[in-house]
Each structure stands twice: as structure tokens, then as C-alpha cells.
Design a protein around this ligand. Structure first.
Ligand code: OGA
Ligand code: MN
Length: 250
């Protein structure tokens, strides 16, 4: 994993250098400054503490989870969304949605891993790395994105991603449908937080949001944001995770 991760980062760098130098040769003019992708800001109004969590209870944890769970709206443009769906669709179409295992954490899903993105989509994935994986605690990102295709009737039950497979950061791009993610304190279940995962947003979960709270994606009949129903359609999540810490993989 570690080796693959390094080669993935190297190949991103290699591509952009190659692009610049080839322009120089062909046009023989000073190349335009390398375009730096605009990194959208998190919108704190998309993360909300539920009323069952009294304001006076665990005020530090309250502040921490609001810091550690972020939603960045419009992280991908409409064109980028279509381009990613187009690249993934042939692979996903070959699989069936799984509904049958009642005890699975996820219902109504098909999933794959993906890394060999076309240049347009690789640029989006570089933006994910530049946005969510720049803190020292984030460490290196796993080279393969986890692509989770959730049917309109699908949902994800509360769970914490296993530390054996995932380190500090979980960053998910949300395509095709908005959804509500609910965080719930593992030991104090009335401490809950909802996040509105808008279509084309990216969410970042780290620290307390990743380790102290479970997360779930609400199914159609429970899907609501600030009291208003939020219809769920088919949803694709492209999730990048930090490499697990080596002591957790033993
Ligand atoms: C998961 C998960 C969230 C999402 O696959 O572990 O929590 O955005 N997915 O689909
Ligand atoms: Mn998860």
C-alpha cells in the first residue's frame, strides 16, 4: 500500500511537469502560470448539532466535532461530476446492488476501488489531496479511492471505519444526489450531529468526527434536513482515506 501511495503521488507530479515543459517546447513562449485549482471553503451552516445535545453538555467536544466535520459545497463542478460518473459507470454497471445481507452495515449498494483516473478526473482527485490531506496528522492518502454507489433505497447504518484500513482522514466527494449524514457519539447516543452532504460537495471527517462518533447515511424515509424531507436518489460517493497507522495494521 505504502509503495503504491508514493508512486501515485509521484505520477501526479510527473504529469503536471510534463504538461508545462511540452507547452514550452511547442509554443516557444513563456508558459502561462500554472493554474492552481481554487479550493472551496467549508460551509459551517451545513453541519448542525441536533437538539437532543444540550448546549451545556460536553462543550469542548461540541466545538471539536464542528471543527472536525466539514462540508465543502460545490467542490466539483457539474462538468466534473458528469465526467467522474461517466468514467465510473461502465465499471459499476457490471455489478448488482446488494440488499440481501440484513446485518451488513450498508444496504442497497455496489462498490469498487478506482485509481486510474482520466486527466480531468485526476485533477479533481489532486484537489481532494490538496484540500484534505495537507495536515501532518492526515498522513498519506491511500492510492485507490473507494467508490460507493448507493441505490435510492440504499442506506448506511451507523459505524466507525476500522482503524485497520483507514487512518485519520476520510474525504468523500458526493455525486448525483444530496444526502444527510448523521454522526452519533459512540457512548452517549443523544449527542448527535447532522451534516447536509450536498450533491457535488466534499465532506472531510477527521479527529473526533472520525474516531468518537459513528457516522451513517440516512435512507429515504428518514432523510431530512432541518425538519424538511430530503429526497434521496441514487448517490455515488468517491471516498479517499488516509493510510492506516502502521501500528493498527498488525
Ligand atoms: C463508508 C461510508 C459514506 C459515504 O463507506 O464507510 O461511511 O459518503 N461512506 O458514502
Ligand atoms: Mn464509513
Amino acid at each position: 500500500m505504502r509503495l503504491l501511495g508514493i508512486s501515485f503521488l509521484k505520477s501526479c507530479k510527473f504529469k503536471s511537469n510534463w504538461y508545462n515543459s511540452s507547452r514550452k517546447i511547442v509554443t516557444e513562449v513563456v508558459p502561462p502560470q500554472e493554474t492552481v485549482d481554487r479550493i472551496p471553503a467549508a460551509d459551517p451552516s451545513l453541519v448542525e448539532i441536533l437538539p437532543s445535545w444540550p448546549e451545556t453538555e460536553e462543550p469542548e467536544l461540541r466545538a471539536a466535532v464542528l471543527r472536525d466535520m466539514q462540508v465543502l459545497p460545490n467542490f466539483v463542478s457539474e462538468e466534473e461530476e458528469s465526467s467522474m460518473v461517466q468514467e465510473l459507470e461502465p465499471r459499476l454497471k457490471r455489478m448488482r446492488y446488494e440488499f440481501d445481507h440484513w446485518d451488513n452495515a450498508i444496504q442497497g449498494y455496489r462498490e469498487t476501488e478506482y485509481s486510474n483516473w482520466n486527466p480531468t478526473n485526476a485533477r479533481v482527485m489532486s484537489r481532494v489531496l490538496a484540500t484534505a490531506f495537507q495536515t501532518p496528522a492526515a498522513g498519506e492518502a491511500l492510492p485507490h479511492a473507494h467508490v460507493l454507489d448507493l441505490a435510492s433505497a440504499g442506506f448506511i447504518k451507523p459505524h466507525i471505519d476500522a482503524v485497520r484500513f483507514c487512518g485519520e482522514v476520510i474525504a468523500g466527494i458526493c455525486l448525483l444526489s444530496s444526502a444527510v449524514m448523521r454522526l452519533q457519539h459512540e457512548k452517549l447516543p443523544h449527542l448527535q450531529v447532522d451534516a447536509l452532504l450536498e450533491r457535488r460537495a466534499m465532506y472531510i471527517m477527521r479527529g473526533s468526527a472520525r474516531y468518537v462518533f459513528t457516522h451513517a447515511v440516512l435512507g429515504g424515509e428518514r432523510s431530512a434536513w432541518r425538519g424538511a424531507r430530503l429526497p434521496r436518489r441514487r448517490r455515488l460517493a468517491v471516498i479517499t482515506r488516509s493510510c492506516p497507522l502502521s501500528e493498527d495494521t498488525k
